[in-house]
Design a binder for this molecule. Structure first.
Ligand code: SAH
Length: 351
């Protein structure tokens, strides 16, 4: 019987490893630099595109490696300019990445997992099982692909990245950090970490781990309620991550990184549209330096969730501002193509 050798993704090798691969196969080590450049600066999909490499050498590479670059499977464009990409991975699984143009900025919203293991009742992605974590290259590829797309459609590179696509980024911690390292490095996209925001549902112990590693990107926490009972109802997994523990982690984050957390918050009818919830949020926000981003709710199949009236949202803003807590409202983008937060669920594919 034969043992099938799984070919390695050449992109899992760093520059040094690549150069020593060539040396050990009796090629000059600078070939490593050339191939590295093809892989990371030119983002090629195949060895045949490496035109300054001999055929003989390309054959050797093909025998040993594969290039598992992501591929855009489908593009949908919204009236407001938002572009949603269905992205195909090497094993044919799909995730979604979104390009959001706003005035002079373009933001890439990218996914960290195929599906999600959390169970936020108001989020369409949570209805998909978590199938697997994305690897670091797949995270980087989404950013670089959207970057090209931004240049193509809007004549400018991406200016910001938010990890607000499918999945819980902190539950794919190692690859998230590696992916961001690549995105921020000179031979990647060279994007400043200050322009990257990781959004988490609030996994306290991993927020502490990030703080300890002195990461330079921004942190957003999906709070949605500062009352334990409500939060446990709408985000059942959070029973394991109580609000006081979360707050301690956020305080620690602030102390270690000097950065201010952003709380993402949706106001729903009969869920958190009363004074008790407003006061709880104000109190929570005052406990550690923070900002609030009020997010417009995007409809999903779960009819229990309905956006609160504008006057309630105004009341939230009034009380937060009265207590000197910065608050912004995030308008929803790409709603007509289900590209908005919480709507990413491969609708197109599953139909
Ligand atoms: N798992 C991470 C990142 C993905 S969700 C997290 O929870 O933060 C990105 C943001 O979209 C989160 O703030 C999430 O609470 C929000 N969101 C989820 N469903 C939504 C919906 N239907 N409408 C608006 N925002 C939603």
């Amino acid at each position: 019987y034969s043992l099938i050798k799984m070919k390695k993704d050449i992109r899992s090798l760093n520059l040094k490893e690549l150069c020593s691969f060539f040396e050990s196969n009796d090629f000059p080590s600078f070939r490593g630099n050339q191939v590295y450049n093809w892989l990371w600066n030119k983002s090629v999909f195949s060895f045949d595109e490496m035109t300054n490499i001999s055929l003989q050498l390309r054959d050797l590479l093909k025998k040993e490696f594969v290039i598992n670059h992501i591929k855009i499977d489908n593009i949908q464009k919204s009236k407001d300019g938002t572009i949603k990409n269905a992205v195909k991975l090497f094993d044919d699984l799909l995730v979604e990445s979104v390009l959001i143009p706003v005035k002079n900025r373009t933001t890439a919203c990218i996914s960290s997992q195929v599906g999600c293991s959390l169970d936020c009742e108001f989020c369409a992605t949570s209805k998909l099982k978590r199938i697997r974590n994305l690897n670091a290259d797949e995270i980087f590829d989404q950013a670089s692909t959207i970057n090209l797309q931004s240049k193509h459609y809007y004549n400018r590179p991406i200016s910001n990245i938010v990890f607000m696509g499918m999945g819980e980024p902190l539950l794919n911690y190692k690859n998230l950090i590696l992916g961001i390292d690549k995105i921020t490095s000179k031979d990647g996209l060279g994007l400043s970490p200050k322009r990257i925001t990781v959004s988490t549902s609030g996994i306290s112990k991993l927020i502490i781990k990030m703080a300890d590693s002195q990461v330079k990107f921004n942190l957003a926490v999906s709070l949605h309620s500062a009352i334990e009972e409500t939060r446990n109802k709408i985000m059942p997994f959070s029973v394991k991550f109580p609000l006081d523990e979360l707050l301690n982690a956020i305080k620690y984050w602030n102390k270690k990184t000097g950065k201010i957390v952003t709380y993402e918050y949706i106001v729903w009818k009969e869920i958190n549209d009363d004074l008790r919830h407003i006061n709880a949020l104000v109190k929570y926000c005052k406990a550690s330096p923070s900002k609030v981003n009020l997010i417009q709710y995007n409809k999903t199949a779960n009819s229990l969730f309905v956006s609160a009236e504008d006057n309630i949202i105004d009341k939230y803003i009034y009380e937060l501002e009265k207590n000197r807590i910065p608050v912004t409202i995030r308008k929803s983008r790409g709603k007509d193509i289900d590209a908005a937060c919480g709507q990413l669920a491969n609708k197109l594919i599953n139909q």
